[in-house]
Design a protein around this ligand. Structure first.
Ligand SMILES: Nc1nc2c(c(=O)[nH]1)N[C@H]1C(S)=C(S)[C@@H](COP(=O)(O)O)O[C@H]1N2
Ligand SMILES: [Mo]
Length: 376
């Protein structure tokens, strides 16, 4: 790893009085939200929880996470390069991609940092609460088809995907780039998508072409794709070797973030208080609804907790292996204060934890959601 990438040990752990805090992504803080976090939160929005009602999230409601600026791309000039350890390098424009075989499927994407701001201490980065998720129908060319056209060499180990966006992170000048192990890249369901919910990709979601890796946290699904390179040694770019790792502390090399962990979310019932977002629900029968998903194995059960007592919700089959499924459970709300919660279990036996599991970058926090409700 290049020297400037080990950003860790010299970094200030807690701000000293009178000293301006320079924000370092991943640095834990017990303090109030910083101006830098607010700035990121205003650029990268989450999906309002009431949008869990849609099977397919309308693009403006789908969560958004951009590390750098949204590139301004002239689709007429744009083309995709495929090269590296292949028999034939390819260069394809949008027309050629649209003429290629296509697949279409609903996929639930979730940011690996979802839930970060609920951790104590709070890693300084995009301060997600619970809603960095969305489900879109992605249409495009199977990656495996184009890799077969190019002819992957026998000694290939990874494929790296580079976006047209760039900037500086952790002191490192970079283009946004992420890799997949070759076996993963050859999966039949990985899409080079030029359509989201039946239309051209919106600029913020990767126009004109993005990768969609079903089941993996969102960082793998590289937007504004400009090149695909087959490698014979593992990729060690910043977003692979430094960011997106489960680390115990700054000096821990950590383990890479990959598959989405099991999670469920509830549509908050009733109406919100404008400022606190606490819920006000009229007494009587209420149908509690929500969604559950997991990249590691199919969702098998969702339980809803009312004041700490758990009951099993009804589950609907998802439309595709990596799309969320709907759940519901009736509740008869009696007047007073209540705490609602939901938790899912998947086919691997994994269940959402009741308590947050802390890690240095605030990755993969899939602790149960709790909703405070006043019944009138
Ligand atoms: N080129 C590029 N691709 C990217 C990113 C980025 O900043 N640049 N962000 C990644 C992250 S961290 C996530 S969670 C998803 C978000 O996809 P969305 O904004 O379409 O929801 O895109 C991924 N692909
Ligand atoms: Mo993300």
């Amino acid at each position: 790893m290049p020297k400037q990438m080990s950003r860790h040990s010299s970094i200030l752990k807690t701000p000293r009085p009178g000293r301006k805090l320079t924000p370092h992504p991943g640095e834990p803080s017990h303090g109030p939200l910083t101006a830098e976090e607010l700035q990121l939160a205003a650029r990268n929005h989450s999906m309002p929880l009431e949008a869990l009602r849609h099977d397919t999230t309308p693009p403006g409601l789908h969560y958004l996470l951009n590390h750098f600026d949204i590139p301004f791309i002239d689709a007429e000039q744009w083309h995709l390069r495929i090269n590296g350890a292949v028999q034939r390098s390819l260069e394809l424009n949008l027309k050629a991609l649209r003429r290629s075989p296509r697949i279409s499927m609903p996929v639930t994407l979730e940011c690996a940092g979802n839930g970060r701001s609920l951790l104590r201490p709070r890693p300084l980065s995009q301060p997600w609460r619970l809603e960095a998720v969305g489900t879109a129908v992605w249409t495009g060319v199977p990656l495996a088809y184009l890799l077969a056209q190019a002819g992957v060499e026998d000694d290939a180990v990874e494929v790296v995907f580079t976006g047209a966006d760039g900037g500086i992170q952790g002191g490192v000048r970079q283009q946004y780039a992420r890799s997949l192990p070759i076996a993963e890249a050859l999966r039949p369901d990985i899409v080079l998508a030029y359509r989201m919910n039946g239309n051209d990709l919106p600029p913020q979601h990767g126009y004109p072409l993005r990768l969609v890796v079903p089941g993996w946290y969102g960082m793998a699904s590289v937007k504004w794709l400009s090149s695909i390179k087959v490698l014979t040694t593992p990729f060690d770019g910043f977003q692979q070797a430094v960011a997106y790792r489960y680390q115990q502390d700054a000096d821990d090399a950590g383990i890479p973030v990959t598959w989405i962990k099991v999670r469920s979310l509830m549509v908050p019932p009733g109406v919100p208080d404008f400022f606190t977002r606490n819920r006000i629900v009229p007494a009587g029968p209420v149908l509690l609804t929500g969604r559950a998903w997991s990249g590691e194995g199919a969702v098998q059960r969702v339980e809803v907790g009312i004041d700490g007592k758990w009951a099993t919700a009804q589950l609907k089959h998802p439309p595709a292996p990596f799309a969320w499924c709907a759940w519901s459970i009736p509740w008869v709300a009696d007047p007073g204060e209540h705490e609602l919660a939901c938790r899912a279990r998947d086919a691997t036996g994994a269940t959402q934890p009741l308590e947050q599991v802390w890690n240095y970058q605030g990755m993969g926090n899939n602790a149960v959601q709790r909703v405070q409700v006043t019944v009138e």
